[in-house]
Design a protein around this ligand. Structure first.
Ligand code: SF4
Ligand code: SF4
Length: 283
């Protein structure tokens, strides 16, 4: 089964909650894969501390035009919805940073004048920690092709009854989020009880509903704000899977990359209940 951890806004504690649950689950003998799809800023490794044993480059194919064959017919530019290729007089311009590597231009070129070369966009790092298979994508600095890298990370997902996959999703509600949570059995939306938390939670709820994936809410840092998130969940009939109280100790631990479980029985009990809830929702 695949469980994604998302949040409408950054800074809600999504990663510390996802990694703490992963540690709890693996301690209980469950076969677990952890995917960090937050490829622009992967930081689950700070909490899970995996030993990385394999790094592989990820690239996308970009077009190379053979000007001996090209007739400047313009069909490649017509087919490119990303404006990554343009035909001007007697030249064909390729803009690699805009190219999504879809292969459409080479497919539609009547002269077979387009070949492809790979442009590196990032890496996938694989390793192990506490019995968890750990995989993260890391986008090259300044690179914007987030979705193709997330797609590659998700290729590593195992969808069988023996394995649980936990996905750390990028914050927000845009394409990288949709790509990350697509195919999940359940999505946990982490929020905080503040006006910002509520506003971004509503956007995240809309996104998950459109994708028709079952979901629930974890309210983190309960005690710092108000009751409006809970009222919203009640009104919208959204299950609150857990409420995690605000703790200064956790905030300090967070800054050292220490997951919540280290704090002892209190958090173990919370994550036990979260896991039971998730299981009951998926069955
Ligand atoms: S489709 Fe092929 S032949 Fe036509 S302009 Fe593009 S590269 Fe040249
Ligand atoms: S591979 Fe796709 S995105 Fe890239 S230039 Fe060709 S049509 Fe455009």
């Amino acid at each position: 089964m695949v469980v994604s951890f998302a949040s409408g806004k950054g800074g809600t504690g999504k990663t510390i909650v996802a990694t703490s649950l992963a540690l709890y689950v693996s301690e209980n003998g469950i076969n677990l894969i952890f995917l960090d799809c937050d490829v622009e800023e992967p930081n689950s490794a700070l909490f899970l501390k995996p030993l990385i044993s394999k790094t592989s480059k990820v690239g996308i194919p970009i077009p190379i035009v053979d000007f001996k064959k090209c007739t400047y017919c313009g069909k490649c530019a017509d087919v490119c919805t990303y404006n990554a290729i343009a035909v001007v007089k007697d030249n064909v311009l390729v803009f690699p940073e805009l190219c999504h590597g879809c292969g459409g231009c080479s497919l539609f070129c009547p002269e077979k004048a387009i070949s492809e070369k790979i442009r590196d966009i990032g890496v996938i790092e694989e390793g192990n920690t506490n019995g968890i298979k750990f995989i993260q994508g890391r986008l090259n600095p300044g690179e914007s092709m987030v979705v193709p890298l997330i797609r590659e990370v998700k290729e590593k997902m195992v969808k069988d009854s023996e394995t649980t996959t936990i996905i750390d999703v990028p914050p927000g509600t845009s394409c990288p989020v949709v790509e990350s949570i697509k195919g999940s059995d359940f999505v946990i939306l982490i929020t905080e009880p503040t006006p910002f938390g509520l506003n971004d939670l509503k956007l995240a709820v809309e996104t998950v509903r459109k994708l028709e994936i079952d979901f629930g809410i974890i309210i983190n840092r309960v005690g710092i704000g108000d009751e409006k998130v809970e009222e919203y969940c009640k009104l919208e009939n959204i299950p609150v899977i857990a409420k995690i109280p605000y703790s200064r100790d956790v905030a300090v631990q967070y800054s050292y990359g220490i997951p919540m479980l280290i704090d002892g029985e209190k958090y173990r009990e919370i994550f036990h209940r979260i896991w039971e809830e998730i299981i009951s929702k998926i069955r």
